[in-house]
Design a protein around this ligand. Structure first.
Ligand code: RIB
Ligand code: CA
Length: 326
């Protein structure tokens, strides 16, 4: 059996960040080395508390958690508690962890983990599931960490749709400058980068009945938390199912074959009245006469997810959560 894949997550826990943390902490094929937090769905202190609580529920108090950026590089922060609940975790009043976060700043924890991996001849998969402020700061402050990165597989952006605005996805809209820096740095540092965006994000969805099965299987454990998070979405949006969201980007690390991607030029719109934060994915499938395109083609190349085997990712997530339940 292959050695587990070393990964780190950067989160703004958040309901679907929690779904991702449970999968990353419990799946035997992953070696979760660290989790870093950034303000996004909820203010940073709440994100840190929620992240510690979720890892404690999963029995993963061994995973270091560090706080990072409280706010975007330049943009004004706008949280998403209208989606994730006033506490950022479905207003479950879920038990808190007794543990404190790592004393290091998020970018120092990531620096140390990635340098140690490089020193051991390993490469870590970095999975940003939030505004990419921490990742941008990391790559500009400590570019040598690229030697310890296998790829960046981030949840964010979209080729065709928006959610925070008609044009932009929440994580990128929250900190467009950070997203632009990360994509630019990946090009400079030759770090492979995959975009798990809204074109696939909502497709892996868990039904209310499946959520109830999780709750019944282990009411106060990881499965019970996972089921309650899905049920909250169903109730909040009067829907029969709820997306595993960010957890899909972790599924993409475990089962990349279930994701269809195209290697495409991507720019981030930093200006624009109605389009700021848009991931401008160049889907043109002709070399054409770019000489007449005043912008020219972006020099970035991102593996953009355009299709997903949603059932495969739902099954992967459910099986991992139900495995080992009493
Ligand atoms: O647009 C979806 C993203 O925004 C997800 O990461 C969700 O957690 C929110 O942060
Ligand atoms: Ca998130």
């Amino acid at each position: 059996m292959a050695a587990p894949t070393p990964i780190v997550l950067d989160v703004d826990t958040g309901i679907d960040d929690a779904c991702a943390l449970l999968l990353a902490g419990l799946h035997p094929g992953l070696d979760l080395r660290a989790v870093t937090c950034v303000g996004g769905n909820a203010p940073l202190p709440q994100v840190v508390s929620n992240t510690l609580a979720v890892l404690h529920t999963a029995g993963r108090d061994d995973v270091p958690v560090a706080a990072g950026a409280e706010r975007p590089l330049l943009a004004e922060p706008h949280d998403a508690r209208h989606v994730h609940g006033s506490d950022g975790l479905a207003d479950l009043d879920w038990p808190r962890s007794p543990h404190a976060p790592d004393e290091r700043h998020a970018i120092e924890l990531l620096r140390d983990v990635l340098r140690a991996a490089a020193g051991a001849g390993e490469r870590v998969t970095v999975v940003p599931l939030a505004p990419m402020t921490n990742i941008a700061l990391l790559l500009r402050a400590y570019p040598d960490v690229a030697a310890g990165i296998a790829e960046i597989c981030f949840m964010g952006g979209a080729a065709n749709v928006g959610n925070a605005t008609a044009s932009a996805e929440f994580n990128v809209f929250h900190d467009p400058e950070a997203a632009a820096v990360v994509i630019d740095a990946c090009t400079d540092l030759d770090i492979p980068i995959r975009m798990y965006g809204l074109d696939v994000f909502y497709r892996p969805a868990v039904t209310r009945e499946q959520a109830q099965r999780l709750i019944d299987a282990d009411p106060t454990g990881p499965a019970g938390l996972a089921g309650r998070l899905i049920r909250f979405q169903c109730d909040r949006f009067a829907a029969d199912s709820g997306t595993i969201g960010d957890a899909g980007a972790v599924c993409a690390v475990i089962a990349p074959e279930a994701l269809t991607t195209r290697r495409l030029p991507v720019r981030i719109e930093l200006g624009g009245t109605w389009s700021r934060g848009r991931t401008v994915v160049d889907l043109r499938d002709w070399t054409g006469d770019l000489a007449h395109d005043p912008h020219g083609q972006a020099n970035t190349r991102v593996e953009v997810a355009l299709d997903v085997d949603a059932d495969a990712y739902v099954d992967l997530w459910l099986d991992t959560l139900l495995r080992g339940t009493p």
